[in-house]
Design a protein around this ligand. Structure first.
Ligand code: DX5
Ligand code: ZN
Length: 217
């Protein structure tokens, strides 16, 4: 079973309750939630107030992608705000192993995200501890960017590492996902597809989610 995780960054925050309800009723598996601090990435998105609305109304797991420096300071906070999966960036974690343990000890699934230029080898010593790797297929910071073609090779390399180490880690692809590349991404080894603009800028977002899900399942 391959998962679809709509990125709420691309939704209309003026009608957040309607957007959440649409995802609840669709074939989406997770809510993907992009938290940006304006330091690690050149954009600021949202934090606690939006998390609170999601915690109250979302009926599917909250997959929180932290694009922030010093994520260790906020792990407990996001656990309290209802995060089910918490993903931090390898590029900002000096003590990645301890951060991953902290996430798991708070009963969340632990994810690590890597930027397009960060090699898969940066995950070698931690892979067996991870529930998920979020492979960025655009540079983090904005929705609506063009998919980076080199990501296919990175998925294959990551899948190889997971198999070699007997790990159960899932591969999540984030950025520029659409019906054009979904099948190929899954063929290369992707388990979860994050889709923002492709879903929310479409005429019928619910249908788009369902079609994407049927395409890969
Ligand atoms: C980018 C975010 C993505 C983004 C995906 O920094 O991590 O989750 O919202 O958006 P699309 O699908 O529009 O590339
Ligand atoms: Zn994301």
């Amino acid at each position: 079973m391959k998962f679809i995780a709509p990125s709420m960054l691309a939704c209309d925050f003026g009608k957040l309750d309607v957007e959440i309800d649409m995802v609840n009723k669709s074939k989406a598996n997770w809510f993907h939630i992009d938290v940006m601090d304006g330091v690690f990435v050149p954009n600021i998105s949202f934090g606690s107030p939006i998390m609170k609305v999601l915690k109250n109304s979302a009926e599917k797991p909250l997959d929180v992608h932290l694009m922030i420096v010093e994520p260790e300071k906020y792990i407990k906070k996001f656990a309290d705000m209802g995060a089910n999966i918490l993903t931090v960036h390898v590029e900002v974690c000096k003590h990645l192993h301890s951060i991953v343990q902290k996430i798991k000890n708070l009963n969340m699934k632990a994810g690590v995200a890597i930027n397009p230029h960060t090699p898969i080898s940066s995950l070698t010593s931690i892979i067996s501890e991870l529930d998920l790797v979020c492979l960025m297929s655009v540079n983090p910071g904005f929705g609506g960017q063009t998919f980076i073609e080199n990501s296919y090779k990175k998925i294959k390399d990551l899948k190889k590492l997971i198999i070699e180490t007997n790990s159960k880690t899932l591969i999540e692809i984030d950025g520029g996902v659409s019906s054009k590349n979904a099948k190929k991404l899954v063929k290369c080894g992707a388990d979860i597809l994050v889709a923002g603009s492709f879903v929310f800028k479409s005429k019928n977002p619910s249908e788009t989610i369902n079609n994407l899900s049927s395409l890969v399942n």
